[in-house]
Design a protein around this ligand. Structure first.
Ligand SMILES: [Mg+2]
Length: 350
């Protein structure tokens, strides 16, 4: 069992580090990355002129997923319900509406702009937010698996659901991961990739070895309608991690990571390929033609949960934006509801 601070922290801070590492090269082709950063590509956090390495929408939305889960914990504890998992998606939808407010749009469906994250002024910055997330949330409607809001399979779902795997049991992680993503992404590959990631992280937290956790997640994925595209690419990622294909060639066979199944497959490939070396895995995960911040973020989530925060290079933890906030969120996900005034003002229920 890995229900310990260091793995929870590793998952969230690892994701942020991957996001920050990939952000400067998100829109660059591999040849452009090499031209800018040298023959091995980007090898370190690029601070630019800033003191901290900026995170993007991937990490912002991951924080709001965590906040949704924690606010649900408050509501359920006060009402002495169980975890109230059937209500989790709508609480997470409200959390995403708060994120939308940080991006400058208020649909008016939130009664109050209360709680912790929305009042963190530094979160009110646009870092290339995904169009699908923005347009789905701006509609004010909550997408579900049964009533898809669109037919998008962008990676905006999978990139934000890691906290579900930390907070929910393995039995519910897949479903809640899917439903969290289906709020904005209606294509099966858009939400099943998220379910598979949440399940994978829940398995890792249960103490499984990474190969075993990936296999379990693939088996679970195959039980769901419309899994074929996602599961076949995941199988390809597993196979590539076991042969001698060069990482760059392997990644090109898995796509660019702009869509859910590709982001998941690339992150799983990198995590299996360099399962004991967080830094090496992250460098592979961002140095390619595609959506480097999202593939970096998800790889960081997986390996951070598997190896723990101590496996992340210390200078990266020190330099990544919001590390302290992410550590606090991770610790709150671990402890769960606390009957204190501080907790209730941070997470005032839905
Ligand atoms: Mg991003």
């Amino acid at each position: 069992m890995k229900k310990e601070q260091k793995y929870f922290r590793g998952c969230l801070v690892g994701g942020a580090v991957g996001d920050a590492l990939g952000w400067p090269v998100e829109f660059l082709k591999y040849q452009e990355i090499v031209k800018k950063y040298g023959s091995e590509g980007i090898k370190d956090l690029d601070l630019g002129n800033k003191k901290l390495a900026e995170i993007t929408d991937d990490t912002q939305m991951t924080m709001f997923t965590a906040e949704g889960l924690l606010r649900a914990a408050t509501s359920c504890s006060e009402k002495e319900e169980k975890k109230g998992e059937d209500k989790l998606p709508s609480v997470i939808f409200h959390a995403y509406q708060r994120w939308l407010v940080t991006q400058g749009y208020n649909t008016g469906i939130l009664k109050e702009l209360d709680g912790w994250l929305i009042n963190v002024s530094k979160l009110h910055e646009q870092r290339a937010p995904g169009n699908t997330c923005l347009s789905a949330l701006k509609s004010g409607k909550m997408g579900t698996i049964e009533q898809p809001i669109n037919n998008s399979k962008g990676c905006g779902g999978v990139m934000r659901v890691a906290p579900v795997g930390l907070f929910c049991s393995r039995e519910s992680a897949f479903q809640i991961g899917c439903e969290s993503a289906a709020i904005t992404h209606g294509h099966p590959s858009g939400y099943l990739s998220a379910g598979a990631l949440a399940y994978l992280i829940a398995c890792i937290i249960e103490g499984m070895e990474i190969e075993e956790a990936v296999t379990a997640s693939l088996e679970e994925l195959k039980k769901h309608n419309g899994h074929e595209e996602c599961s076949s690419l995941l199988e390809k990622a597993i196979a590539l991690s076991r042969d001698n294909t060069e990482p760059l060639t392997a990644l090109s066979q898995l796509g660019e990571g702009w869509v859910g199944e590709e982001t998941l497959a690339i992150a799983v490939y990198c995590s299996l390929k360099e399962k004991n070396d967080f830094k090496k895995a992250l460098l592979i995960s961002v140095n390619h033609d595609g959506d480097s911040d999202s593939t970096g973020a998800v790889t960081g989530n997986i390996l951070g949960a598997y190896l723990g925060i101590d496996a992340i290079p210390a200078p990266w933890v020190q330099k990544v934006e919001f590390a302290e906030l992410l550590i606090e969120l991770a610790d709150d996900l671990l402890t769960g509801y606390q009957d204190t005034e501080e907790w209730k003002s941070k997470y005032p229920g839905w």
